[in-house]
Design a protein around this ligand. Structure first.
Ligand code: DAH
Length: 344
């Protein structure tokens, strides 16, 4: 058996030599694969020889076993070495015709729209305060957009001249506040959501007005929510967005769906040092909760037990200031000279 092992070793080594010298690297690789099966495969010569171990005496077994192991290792190493050399050769051949010093073909990668970048930043800040993202349709019912928000039928916002109505009576939402209603009708309190989205009005398009613009709505409802929570949230948001030096002013105002209501102005050197009106906000009017309860058929939003604050930002004006443009239309014209200034 010992001499058969020596024989097999020589046989295998010379077979490997022959196989690796076959005409092309590809053919040689194939030949090596076959050689590996021939010697090391399940029914290969080395495996078959190993079966002869059974007929050996107890004394002979360890030594022959060791020799067989060595044989396996030597043949495996020789095969591996040749295969690696052939792979390197094939790689070198593949690269030989390529001049890696030539300039490459640049692929054009897009970038995110400045409004998208702003929404992402705002969402990140609110997420840290535990706000989830809510959504609603752009085509809304009058009830979600107005009635449920305590906006009576004779309110100017509902005027045909101000709003895009569809033939079936629905409309393009005039603000994202409708998402407040959708969220509360679908979920009991506590609520803590923000909702970025498009809003539409029949505005004459000019340097500061678009018929479609971007808002971000916010709503918090839970037991004991108060005006201090609203102010703290808004201040945290603007300080995170524009830096701790940002001044924030709450001006009393009127919105049908909040009481009391405020408009929010901010002033910061980085945005030109002038007061800028950016948002509306307030404490959710109990009349809104009453409408929501009616639609839900329960009193989950009992104003005796819960309260809430809401806010709505216009994001286009902010994006204009952040990007330093003076014409809002640039946000929708898709001029690449403008858009490519904002790497993703
Ligand atoms: N929806 C209002 C608008 O478009 C903005 C607004 C004001 C939203 C007060 C609110 C709020 O949530 O509480 O002018």
């Amino acid at each position: 058996m010992e001499s058969r092992i020596t024989e097999l070793k020589e046989e295998a080594i010379s077979a490997i030599e022959v196989a690796s010298a076959v005409s092309t690297p590809k053919a040689a690789q194939e030949a090596l694969k076959e050689t590996r099966i021939r010697f090391l495969g399940k029914t290969g010569s080395i495996s078959l020889l190993s079966e002869g171990m059974r007929s050996l005496t107890k004394e002979e077994r360890p030594r022959i076993g060791q020799l067989l192991n060595e044989l396996r290792n030597i043949v495996t190493a020789a095969l591996d070495e040749k295969e690696a050399a052939l792979t390197a050769l094939a790689d070198a051949a593949a690269f030989a015709s390529i001049d890696t010093s030539l300039p490459g073909t640049a692929s054009l990668s897009g970038s995110l729209h400045p409004l998208t970048l702003l929404v992402d930043r705002a969402v990140q800040i609110f997420r840290r305060l535990g706000f989830a993202i809510a959504d609603g349709p752009d085509i809304e019912t009058e009830w979600h957009c107005f009635d449920a928000l305590n906006t009576p039928a004779d309110h100017p916002a509902r005027n045909e001249q101000d709003t895009f109505y569809l033939p079936d009576g629905r409309l393009l939402r005039t603000h994202t506040s409708s998402i407040q209603i959708r969220t509360m009708v679908a979920n009991p309190p506590p609520i803590r959501i923000i909702a970025p989205g498009a809003a539409y009005r029949r505005d004459e398009v000019d340097a500061t007005h678009l018929a479609q613009f971007t808002q971000m709505e916010g709503l918090t409802v839970a037991p004991g929510v108060n005006l201090g929570d609203l102010k703290g949230t808004i201040e945290f948001f603007f300080h995170e967005l524009f830096g701790p030096g940002t001044e924030i002013r709450f001006r009393p105002h009127f919105f049908p769906f909040t009481e009391p209501s405020y408009e929010i102005d901010i002033r910061t050197e980085s945005l030109g040092g002038k007061w800028m009106e950016l948002a509306g906000c307030g404490m959710v009017d109990p009349a809104v909760f009453a409408e929501v309860n009616k639609a839900r058929g329960d009193d989950a939003y009992d104003p005796e037990r819960i309260s809430g604050f809401a806010f709505g930002f216009g994001l286009d004006r902010l994006a204009m200031n952040l990007t330093g443009i003076s014409d809002i239309r640039m946000l929708t014209e898709n001029d690449l000279r403008f858009l490519s200034r904002f790497p993703a």
